[in-house]
Design a protein around this ligand. Sequence first.
Ligand code: HEM
Length: 349
Amino acid sequence: MSKDKRHWRRLPEALAEPGWRWIMTWIGVSNMLSAYGDEHRRLRKLIAPSFTARRTKAMQPIVEGIVAELLDAMDAQPPGRPVDLRSAFAHPLPMRVICELFGVPAHMRTEMAQVMEAIMDTTATPEQAEATAVQIATVLPALVAYKREHPGDDLTTELINVRDSGDSLSDDELRDTLLLLIAAGHETTVNLIGNAVHALLTHPDHLKGVLSGEISWSAVIEETLRWSPSIANLPLRFAIEAIEIGGVRIEAGDAIITSYLAAGHDPDQHGQEADRFDPTKEHGEHLAFGIGVHRCIGAPLARQEALTALPALFSRFPDLRLAVKESELPHVPSFIAHGWGSLPLLLRR
Ligand code: HEM
């Protein structure tokens, strides 16, 4: 199986169809997520060493500092007023961490966050998708230009140095690698934190178990990733040769969507109660970070952020609860990103 769009037999049709514009942000870009074979290895090798468990651990003081600052700001809200967990905590934490890592200056962060949210919006009209493509083509080159003038001890500067020291990274690959990493760093961990908080607040027995120390935070995080993964579905893979799976034949050149949400609920893999959130049970390995050569390189960072954020949040606000009925919570408008568009909470009794 390949992720290179050149292996898709319907690519010419997709390129000609305005309704398909949005998908080009996913498959029409030049980064490791949409590359195959040697090209994939080359692009992944440039950045993977920056996300090892050891490099990620070194980020811990920064993560803790941001968590404490965000909790203080929530604490300072007038009593009784609902606080949206997404905008007050779950979103700014990963956004600030990834912006620190990539040296994104303060004046570019709001626009950067807007672009990353727009990429995930799979309800966008062709016009909106076109506007997002234009924004990507502006915002990321602006970051590169800024970092060329103001280099720092950050990953954008490192990638610019690779670009400028030879032919191992083209301008498009530099732009699209930044796009992938900043987008992956933003939206996915946001939903991991939001989905875990939602799962605990709607399963009070498990919340009690976590607060009493019977259930570990790691178990909550892994169970959230299985039951409610931050990426529900990911476009696209392409069959290089005909494949037969469970009696279904996929022809060479056909497109395939991988569904991490469906995989996490598969009773053959996770038992007859796979549809239930239960961090007390051993459910077997989940696929929320993918598998194989494209496996997520940010998994250690995402886990570390969640493992810092969740205990700190519930230790500061042990009586946290939903401020609206569960049925009133809006989903993120996407079949790729999977989470809550807002999560209004009451902080205290
Ligand atoms: C809860 C958080 C996260 C989830 C659920 C998640 C999920 C995924 C998944 C499912 C893939 C696999 C794609 C595939 O097989 O085609 C992937 C790839 C990737 N992720 Fe993550 N991700 C998360 C956080 C992050 C973070 C924080 C970063 C980096 C800052 C990151 C960077 C990447 C990159 C660069 C790839 C592409 C790897 C490749 O194609 O070789 N992710 N992620």
